[in-house]
Design a protein around this ligand. Structure first.
Ligand code: KG4
Ligand code: ZN
Length: 336
């Protein structure tokens, strides 16, 4: 009971997430998603997301308190995603967090969304090894991070120069006529196909950086499909899905292990929505085993955007004695 009881709020994209932790013990992880409302547009519509956050915020906080079996008055600190993300969406979470912190008279911690994706793994696998390398792959980001201490220092080693990995999954799914968000559908279709069927390009594979590029791959898949369709040929969706997926996960795992080697780090963490991908998990495990690197991947419900990840990082900040944020902190859509 010495551990801080922390309320975490996440609204950087289309999930309204409210988590409650006591130290590294998860008590609640309530989520309201507006993904259904975006499906017909084939991508997240910022205005729609902001409005949905506004409507979902209070009920989701109440649901989290209910599940955790705690009262608002018991909360010791409030943490919130301050960025990066969609500006209007972030603003709703930040405003709510300020109101709760002010009303309760407890400290407020504005946190970085990417650091929170890293911190959350501690709920499942215990304290993070220091340092570790983190590969974060979702619809909004594709980054490699060196993490000496998630509460104090997170260093960006590389990121995508164009599309995020999840974005590429979603766009290729659209080309193949699969629903949004396409990642899980490609994952499923790929199980019936061969990753070796079609040789799609692997962007920035040998460029010596720890950056990614997926837009060339996405275009190559679209061209391949269009050419077959124009010639009146039918396409084997499972083979296209598997070959595209293989190109993505080959580059992701190659660069992640490259980072481990360069920085002489023995622990790799993979997070973000794309970490749910079954082929990514399998290939990462295979390559980590070969390289003598330990792999940590949180369960899917903690990989996708959620409030518990924000609460976990908040608990780390309280423990580290970090100074709270001012009550006028901005939502910063391009927080580095
Ligand atoms: O972390 P997340 O829930 O939200 C953000 O984008 O921040 O990630 C969602 C992304 C989507 O692009 C979705 O297609 C992708 O994660 N995704 C997957 C899988 N499950 C979700 N991509 C590949 N394979 C999956 N099994
Ligand atoms: Zn995210």
């Amino acid at each position: 009971a010495d551990e801080p009881l922390v309320l975490g709020i996440e609204t950087s994209c289309d999930e309204t997430g409210v988590g409650i932790v006591r130290g590294h013990t998860l008590l609640a992880n309530a989520i309201a998603s507006s993904v259904e409302e975006h499906a017909r547009f084939g991508g997240v519509v910022p205005e729609v997301a902001s409005r949905a956050h506004l409507e979902a915020m209070t009920p989701t906080v109440e649901r989290a308190l209910d599940t955790a079996g705690v009262k608002l008055a018991d909360i010791d600190a409030v943490a919130v995603t301050a960025g990066p993300g969609l500006a209007g969406a972030l603003l709703v979470g930040v405003a709510a967090a300020k109101a709760y912190a002010l009303g309760l008279g407890v400290p407020l911690y504005g946190v970085n969304h990417l650091a929170a994706h890293v911190a959350v793994d501690q709920l499942e696998h215990g304290p993070l090894p220091r340092p570790c390398i983190a590969l974060l792959v979702s619809g909004g980001h594709s980054s490699l991070l060196l993490v000496p201490d998630v509460a104090r220092e997170v260093i960006s080693l590389g990121s995508t120069v164009d599309d995020a990995a999840g974005e590429a999954f979603d766009k290729v799914a659209r080309v193949l006529g699969l629903p949004f968000p396409g990642g899980p559908h490609i994952d499923r279709a790929a199980r019936e196909g061969s990753g070796l069927a079609i040789a799609f390009p692997r962007g920035k594979y040998d460029d010596g950086t720890l950056d990614f590029s997926f837009s060339g791959l996405k275009t190559a898949v679209a061209r391949w499909v269009e050419a077959r369709q124009a010639a009146g040929e039918s396409i084997h969706v499972p083979d296209v899905a598997a070959s595209f997926q293989e190109a993505v996960v080959d580059v992701l795992t190659r660069k992640a292990l490259d980072a481990c080697r360069r920085y002489d780090v023995r622990d790799l963490l993979i997070g973000g929505g794309v970490a749910a991908n079954s082929r990514l998990r399998a290939l990462a495990q295979e390559r980590c085993d070969a390289a003598g690197v330990r792999l940590r991947v949180p369960r899917p419900g903690l990989c996708t955007d959620n409030g518990a990840m924000v609460a976990t990082l908040g608990a780390d900040l309280v423990r580290a004695g970090a100074p709270p944020s001012a009550l006028d902190i901005p939502a910063d859509s391009s927080l580095p």
